[in-house]
Design a protein around this ligand. Sequence first.
Ligand SMILES: [Zn+2]
Length: 136
Amino acid sequence: MLIKEYISRENKSQMITTLLKHYKVGNVRVKLKSMKNHAHYNVDTGTLELSTRYDKIKSSQIKEFLITILHEINHAMDAKTFGWKKFKDMYEYEMNLQITNGKDEYIDNKFEIQAEEFGQKMWKYWKSKFKKQNLI
Ligand SMILES: [Zn+2]
């Protein structure tokens, strides 16, 4: 099998579209933004921000890319379940709770832990699926 050095912009957006549809968050508000991370779910605005910095991504970045996208999609799933404004309140409450307990507002945040576990659990499944579809 041919090993691609780069994943094209088209294939990258096709993977994102597939993931958003699969997890039923296809109608989440999306904003394109130049930023270091591949994606970021903005809890304050209920918006999924996608990076425009990487026009195409290196194949060696696929793990990081998939984990990040899946992590942020998990936040979007919660926002859909609770409504994004309610989720914003819940997220802020959780941050304050961790600070009150002398813990870290992100590292010990249950929503962050859950989203990271989701990304870590699912990325390999999607990697092999996208490989079969010749997207990566
Ligand atoms: Zn997160």
